[in-house]
Design a binder for this molecule. Structure first.
Ligand code: 4AD
Ligand code: MG
Length: 466
């Protein structure tokens, strides 16, 4: 359908062409002598209106009522000019084949279903306009991400999902455990197949073939190893956080994009983050026009103007201290009081991006490079309206003795980081990088207000179904 209707002539250049369309029935209107079937094939937001009468082969299936909303069909016909005002062209059908019937219980009927309801139907929600559009924009953002980094000389590196390191040091990791081979076939439930050790208690921290292993919270440490060999690299893959937060911005499984730049400092890092964000937003505005018009009309009025503005404006940079000053001077009562040294809460981020403007860091992870003042680190966050923190990044501590001291201060086990410390032993370089939460970017680009609607199958404390 996108091939036909997606061009500048909205299909008028295809008049007279014979073609086959396969897709799912969105609506069906039976009139006395003709029937209109709207088919969507997911290639674009638009449906193809198919017009058929008793002259069409297979029309008896329409007459018998077998073709209903949700059914999959195959139609062959000719592109003709449409009499209707909603589209320039339609398909005059010669032959229709019902591929798969749709049971009358099909839950995604035309009337608008709530997002909450659709989350319980994650397997069928991509059949709606909203979730089809989100999926296409998400795809475009992924493509634009690879395009940006590839065109700028970055090399994509696969970071592992199973790891022994806790990059953020926040202890928000899921443990990996192994089922006893074969016992799951006889056990009543998979839980019974989990090895029982320590008097029946599971030693969760020792269960990856006898060693501790977790799902990664970030690919950064691995990216650093490749950056200190290949120069500029990036990762793009799933990451996991066992934080029990039920918010519209947190998932237990989310995708992260983590570039790492060698021979670079915090300013290079911020310049890269800005250029990256502007480039992918521009890509979506240029290449997803129909879907973006849909979001602009139905989901978030004015989003196109706001994104265009962001794609072209200078990003405002302020220091952490300036952010704290700004918040302290704000004529506003915050739930979490503001003082120098505190981590910014989302209400603070909201104030800065929506009422004041944009940029300030999370509290120091062990790998962040210490500034000369001895009390701050070279870190940055990029905040955007409605979402808050979209990007977190820093210059990394490349000096061995500083890093060792920092690990000691935080009582982290230096032995576990032996390979990370090696990078500082053999040809260390100043380097910096950032992480961008891909679902937050999808939210930002589409205006969807809940992160659970920015990923096909959300994993949250409430649900990991589907
Ligand atoms: O700020 P974070 O925790 O930074 C890191 O993980 C660094 N290692 C990144 C780096 O420098 N390479 O996470 C980075 C971003 C956040 O800004 C946010 O957009 C996203 O990841 N994020 C989440 N997105 C969805 N659900 C969650 N639970 C998230 N936690 C972080
Ligand atoms: Mg952060």
């Amino acid at each position: 359908v996108a091939d036909v209707k997606g061009g500048p002539d909205q299909g008028l250049d295809k008049l007279g062409q014979s073609l086959v369309i396969t897709g799912w029935v969105r609506t069906l209107r039976v009139q006395s002598s003709v029937t209109f079937v709207e088919i969507n094939d997911g290639s674009c937001l638009s449906n193809m209106q198919c017009v058929m009468d008793s002259g069409a082969e297979g029309y008896d299936q329409v007459e018998s009522g077998s073709i209903t909303t949700g059914a999959s069909i195959w139609v062959q016909g000719v592109v003709v000019e449409s009499q209707g005002s909603k589209q320039k062209v339609e398909l005059k059908v010669n032959k229709i084949v019902l591929v798969g019937k749709s049971d009358p219980s099909f839950p995604i009927q035309k009337k608008r279903a709530s997002r909450e309801f659709l989350r319980t139907k994650a397997h069928l929600r991509p059949r709606t306009n909203t979730f089809g559009a989100v999926a296409r924009v998400r795809n475009a953002l992924a493509y634009a991400t690879h395009k940006f980094f590839q065109e700028n000389g970055f090399i994509w590196v696969a970071s592992p999902i199973i790891t022994a390191s806790d990059c953020e040091g926040a202890g928000e990791q899921f443990c990996v455990t192994t089922l006893i081979p074969n016992s799951h076939e006889t056990a009543d439930s998979p839980v019974d197949a989990i090895p029982k050790v320590n008097n029946g208690l599971i030693d969760w921290s020792q269960d990856f073939f006898g060693k501790p292993a977790f799902l990664t919270v970030s690919g950064q440490l691995n990216a650093e190893t490749y950056a200190t060999a290949l120069s500029d690299v990036y990762t793009f893959g799933p990451t996991f956080r066992a934080e029990n937060s039920n918010t519209s911005r947190h998932l237990a499984e989310f995708w992260m994009i983590e570039p790492e730049l060698a021979f670079a400092d915090l300013n290079d890092d911020m310049a890269c983050a800005t250029a990256y964000l502007q480039s992918v937003i521009r890509y979506v505005l240029d290449n997803c026009k129909e879907d973006m018009e849909f979001f602009n009309t139905w989901i978030d009025k004015g989003i196109i103007d706001r994104l265009s503005d962001l794609a072209n404006r200078d990003v405002v940079q302020i220091t952490y201290t300036e952010a704290i000053d700004l918040l302290s001077r704000a004529n506003k009562k915050f739930e979490f009081p503001v003082k120098w040294g505190c981590d910014l809460q989302s209400e603070h981020e909201r104030y800065i991006t929506e009422e004041a403007f944009g940029g300030c860091p999370d509290i120091k992870a062990f790998y962040m490079r210490q500034n000369d003042d001895g009390r701050t680190v070279a870190a940055m966050d990029m905040l955007v309206p409605k979402i808050g923190e979209l990007i977190g990044g820093s210059q990394r501590e490349e000096r061995l003795e500083y890093l060792e001291a920092r690990l000691d201060d935080l009582k982290l086990n230096k032995d576990a980081y032996w390979w990370y410390l090696d990078l500082r032993r053999y040809g260390s370089v100043p380097h910096a990088g950032f992480g961008l939460g891909f679902e937050r970017l999808v939210q930002f680009a589409t205006g969807m207000d809940n992160i659970r609607d920015a990923i096909p199958f959300p994993r949250t404390p409430a649900s990991a179904e589907f």
